[in-house]
Design a protein around this ligand. Structure first.
Ligand code: AMX
Length: 472
């Protein structure tokens, strides 16, 4: 059945949620046998053999088909534009933005189950979609929420390990240390030591991934509520709440709007195909059969870089520095001057630009929609709107920036700040919690499909010079 010719189709699909699959391509759905599995693992168990066969067929029939030419620019340019990875859970189009198993963000907002009528999608629903390619029913999502709550307990040593760090350690350092401390419970590692057969790798990986996804919000909340920001006043998990809602309340926020924001936030930050630093790192480390905790901790270290996930922190700090210096009622001309001042001091404008996207990031747009609905008069939101007008022409004028438009990080901080989560240095941890859903989903498929150790060839400058002269 062909799909996505208009959002009107989506309302029809809602009633059939749980009966369709978009596994067969990024913008095509195929009819699947209806499934009544409430258990995600059983659902996967059914899907894996067919996807293994599919991969075998692709290898056999198309193994020698060329996907493009590798140029010296690509090698020197951080592999931009070089197709070199298999990543099943999402696909990024430079103009249109991300699709999760074929579904754009607005489409996910329409079809994924929500906590309240017409509300934001539940991240558990997106996890189900990423893993199975199917839109889950509300019952399936509720069962998954309950499973995640059951898996969320944290061994005491994890807290002690975090506490051993200086109070001033960056929240991402604390968070990543917590994830590393969780690693001692890895089922995959234990099973591997016992000599598990490779056909069973995915099962132990699944166990670790579901536990990790369940545990990271608790660890993140511990970091937030710790001595750095909230004097160690820890708030326990609420057994009646979903994943995103629970995360917000463990952080100390219980307004219905903040719960909705967190559901949206966690949903949209999960996955952005495979080549970005955090996703690629998780996949690369996982390819050595490092367990999901090791792989995800590595991914977090990449996310902590200012050109990647740390940009959300940088954006709010930058916006606040504009307000400190020029006030909330800054004129357009003054704002332009401030942007130029930033650029002339050799810095980037955080929250703008992208390695793949060439238009406004739909993750930015849906946060803007949220802001227009809930906080249209917030002065910092108005500053973000003004930046949307001011920054792209300036970056275009620079002449070298390939994408002058805002990315996901240009918006998230002002929303969080509005609801009282004002500590910008914590923002990348939120991004990290969400990324666990995407990176872990792909790790499970990496193991299920038996994807190999990643090992691209590298060369030296001397090699390049000799090779190119020979060819010239
Ligand atoms: N401000 C100033 N200069 C920028 C810029 C920005 N927002 N975006 C790109 N440029 C510059 C680059 O630094 C580069 O300059 P150089 O040639 O002197 O080194 C030049 O423009 C070309 O870069 P590009 O090909 O357009 O981008 P890229 O793929 O190399 O980098 C990114 C992409 C995101 C790192 C870059 O746009 C950037 O630094 N943006 C600001 C930081 C940011 O918002 N990061 C978050 C991205 C989303 C995410 O991962 N969470």
């Amino acid at each position: 059945m062909s799909f996505f010719r208009g959002l009107s189709t989506l309302s029809k699909l809602r009633s059939r949620a749980g009966q369709q699959s978009c596994l067969s391509g990024s913008v095509r759905w195929i009819q699947m046998q209806s499934s009544s599995n409430l258990d995600l693992r059983s659902e996967l168990q059914e899907l894996i053999p067919e996807q293994q066969e599919r991969l075998k067929k692709i290898k056999k029939e198309y193994g020698k088909v060329q996907l493009g030419n590798i140029t010296v620019d690509m090698v020197l340019g951080g592999m931009r534009g070089m197709t070199g990875l298999l990543w099943e859970t999402s696909l990024l189009d430079p103009d249109e933005g991300i699709r999760f198993r074929g579904l754009s963000i607005p489409e996910c907002q329409k079809v994924l189950p929500a906590a309240i009528p017409g509300g934001e999608p539940l991240p558990e629903g997106l996890l189900w979609l990423l893993l199975t390619g199917k839109v889950p029913s509300k019952e399936q999502v509720d069962a998954l929420s309950a499973e995640l709550r059951q898996r969320a307990s944290i061994p005491e040593h994890v807290y002690k390990t975090i506490d051993a760090l200086p109070v001033t350690a960056h929240p991402m350092t604390q968070f990543c240390t917590g994830v590393m401390a969780l690693q001692v419970q890895s089922e995959f590692q234990k099973a591997y030591e016992k000599g598990i057969h490779k056909s069973k790798y995915w099962e132990a990986t699944y166990e670790d991934c579901l536990s990790l996804i369940a545990q990271v919000p608790v660890v993140a909340a511990y970091v937030y509520r710790g001595l750095m920001f909230k004097n160690g006043q820890i708030i326990p998990l609420d057994d009646s709440l979903d994943y995103g809602g629970n995360f917000a309340q463990m952080l100390g926020f219980d307004s219905p709007e903040m719960l909705e924001l967190m559901r949206l936030y966690v949903t949209i930050h999960t996955d952005h195909e495979g080549g970005n630093v955090s996703a690629h790192t998780g996949h690369l480390v996982g390819s050595a059969l490092s367990d999901p905790y090791l792989s995800f901790a590595a991914a977090l270290n990449g996310l902590a870089g200012p050109l990647h996930g740390l940009a959300n922190q940088e954006v709010l700090l930058w916006i606040k520095s504009v307000v400190d210096e020029c006030g909330e009622n800054i004129s357009t001309e003054q704002l332009k001057d401030y942007v130029w001042k930033t650029l002339n001091s050799g810095k980037v404008v955080p929250g703008f630009g992208h390695g793949v996207l060439r238009k406004t990031d739909p993750r930015y747009s849906c946060q803007r929609e949220f802001a227009l609905k809930h906080l249209p008069n917030d002065p910092l939101f108005q500053m973000v709107s003004k930046l949307y007008e001011v920054v792209p022409p300036i970056l275009t004028e620079l002449g070298k920036v390939k994408n002058p438009w805002p990315n996901v990080d240009a918006h998230s901080g002002v929303l969080l700040n509005y609801y009282g989560l004002t500590e910008a240095r914590f923002y990348t941890v939120l991004f990290g919690v969400s990324r666990s859903l995407g990176i872990c989903s792909q790790l499970i498929w990496d193991r299920a499909l038996g994807l190999p150790l990643e090992r691209p060839k590298s060369v030296t400058m001397e090699w390049l010079e000799k090779f190119c002269k020979k060819g010239a």
